[in-house]
Design a protein around this ligand. Structure first.
Ligand code: ADA
Length: 568
């Protein structure tokens, strides 16, 4: 899988990225016509991973498309196919047989195919980027509706007993860590097996001999140990530990960092120290790659975030690629990670839909299971801008927050509200994020002050007045290159004025523990002639980036940089 380090030394892995056959299926005929086993000729080629909306003629295409490639097996073996991200519905076929379906574009999934015969196999994937009122995201979201196999695809060869999951938990006491390592083993064998399990990290070696795994079943072994002299992960010293689990003929390598995160009154403490969070919201998007953001540019984005003086970034509005989160771990940048629940125009019917809630819960599980070990992740975000004045939001919040806490008791849970003074879900969260756009959608920047007073008053009444509050979105549009003598709407000057004045208000208010500017860089938006949303998105871009879409800095970037770096 695409990580900054190797996850397997023993397990054979092979990338299936490259040039695949591709055909769109606007009439959705492919299933009826058996394209899974007779892929039609006349298609074009496409590179995997990518988003098809970056290809000529497909800019606006939302719907079904079919992908095809082949792979060879030198000998019969157990195969695991790993997909890191397919937008949004994926049906996978091997040699014409349906291997499975997955919904959710921003989290990965896999299929295990036991005893696949030696020889050439055909892999066909039907991808459908259709979104509706019950999908996450729904059909209205403030970004371009990309489709495609947008993250890497990998083939793995598994032994009969393999490591399905590996979870690292710890409790810190000074510079010692009590570590619990859980290794879940699956068997593809028709007989029960016995394997030795070993886990090693720098300064730690644990083992369990002869772990029995029932035929076709699974076993989980928990190993406990103590690591002394732990170097903590922190924003200015991102110390990482690599854990290697070996079970019989299989292995699984992952990394973590040791650190504590606590909420103490209005403050968030990292390793016991109060943390003032300063950062931006960032979409993993680029006009030439869509959401298939290339690793080289990720590294550049890290450099830019560092240059800007950020210590946190919000992964707006979906689980970002693992490669990106690895880079954040390595560079000491914190991450607010969330699922694609963009609720600004969402109906109450959507919020109450059992299918929608079930999909959200499933995505939260996939996100947390995938990313649990990353020390950079400081908060799990449950939702963004849903109607938190409604009972429907309360019920959904209970389901989402309950799921998060069940899977991870170590990280604070947050969300972003656009109704801060009428919100009725404050009490369910550890940290409150406020999205407000004074100076852009409403009034002028000074409106933030009155809003905050009202917010704290009403939060107090709900018993949530003393919680940490982070300004999770604020900003204004500024078209790159449009500068003048006066701050006109849409000019770089206007944007810079709004952002810097807002920052001054928030930084002077001791009740605010951080700021996340909307946003890092301009992104493409679906502005369609047949609907009324986002008509103010000039160029069909959300232009509130401190950088333009090609990462060129606007005036606001330069001024925020001075503020975040304490030079102003
Ligand atoms: C919201 C939303 C963002 C973006 C922003 C804007 O707060 O969460 O995704 O749409 O507004 O630019 O209006």
């Amino acid at each position: 899988m695409a990580r900054t380090f190797q996850q397997h030394h023993q397990r054979q892995t092979c990338s299936l990225d490259g040039v695949w056959d591709f055909i769109t299926d606007p009439d959705k005929r492919g299933e009826a016509e058996g394209w899974a086993s007779r892929f039609p000729s006349g298609g074009r080629k496409i590179v995997v991973p990518s988003c098809w909306n970056n290809e000529i003629g497909l800019y606006d295409y939302i719907g079904a498309a079919w992908y095809r490639t082949t792979f060879n097996l030198a000998e019969t073996g157990n195969i695991r196919l790993v997909f890191e991200g397919v937008l949004h519905h994926a049906d996978v076929y091997i040699d014409g047989m349906h291997a499975g379906y997955h919904f959710g574009g921003f989290t990965g999934f896999d299929f295990v195919l036991p005893q696949l015969a030696a020889g050439t196999h055909e892999l066909v994937v039907r991808v459908d980027s259709t979104v509706d009122w019950q999908t996450l995201p729904t059909d209205v979201a403030d970004w371009h509706s990309y489709g495609g196999i947008m993250r890497p695809v990998q083939l793995q060869v598994l032994p009969d007993v393999y490591i399905d999951q590996f979870r690292i938990d710890y409790r810190l006491e000074g510079d010692a860590a009590d570590v619990t390592l859980q290794v879940k083993l699956n068997s593809l064998s028709s007989e029960s097996s016995s394997v030795d399990v070993r886990v090693a990290a720098e300064g730690l070696a644990l083992a369990a001999e002869g772990v029995s795994v029932p035929a076709g079943g699974s076993s989980t072994v928990a190993l406990k140990g103590r690591l002394e002299g732990v170097l903590r992960w922190d924003v200015d010293s991102p110390e990482l530990y690599t854990f290697t689990a070996v079970a019989g003929r299989d292995d699984y390598i992952d990394r973590t960092g040791f650190r504590t995160i606590e909420v103490h009154g209005r403050d968030v403490l990292l390793n016991g120290r109060k943390l003032y969070m300063q950062g931006v919201n960032r979409h993993e998007e680029h006009p030439d790659w869509g959401f298939a953001f290339p690793p080289k540019l990720m590294l550049k984005d890290i450099d830019i975030l560092k240059d800007l003086g950020c210590n946190i970034v919000r992964g707006s509005h979906y689980p970002q690629s693992q490669f990106w989160i690895d880079l954040l771990d390595e560079h000491g940048l914190l991450l607010w990670s969330e699922i694609p629940m963009w609720g600004c125009f969402m109906s109450l019917e959507t919020l109450a839909s059992p299918l929608f809630i079930e999909r959200g819960v499933h995505m939260l599980k996939e996100m947390i299971t995938r990313d649990y070990h990353h020390p950079s992740i400081i908060f799990w975000g449950a939702h963004n801008e849903i109607d938190t004045r409604s009972q429907e939001a309360v019920e959904l919040t209970k389901a989402f927050v309950g799921t998060i806490r069940e899977l991870d008791a170590t990280r604070p849970v947050t969300y972003a509200t656009m109704h801060p003074v009428e919100d009725i879900v404050l009490s369910y969260f550890d940290v409150i994020g406020i999205n407000k756009y004074y100076g852009w959608y409403e009034g002028n920047v000074s409106g933030f002050k009155g809003m905050l007073e009202k917010f704290f008053e009403q939060a107090e009444q709900q018993g949530a007045g003393g919680k940490p509050v982070i300004m999770s979105e604020f900003g204004a549009a500024g078209i790159f290159g449009d500068a003048g003598w006066e701050p006109r709407l849409f000019s770089e000057d206007y944007q810079a004025d709004v952002v810097t004045q807002a920052l001054r208000i928030f930084r002077d208010d001791p009740r605010i523990c951080g700021t996340l500017i909307w946003h890092f860089a301009d992104i493409r938006v679906d502005v369609r002639s047949d609907r009324g949303y986002f008509r103010d998105r000039a160029r069909s871009f959300n232009n509130k980036g401190l950088l333009n879409e090609y990462r060129k800095p606007k005036l606001a970037y330069r001024l925020v940089r001075e503020i975040y770096r304490g030079e102003r």
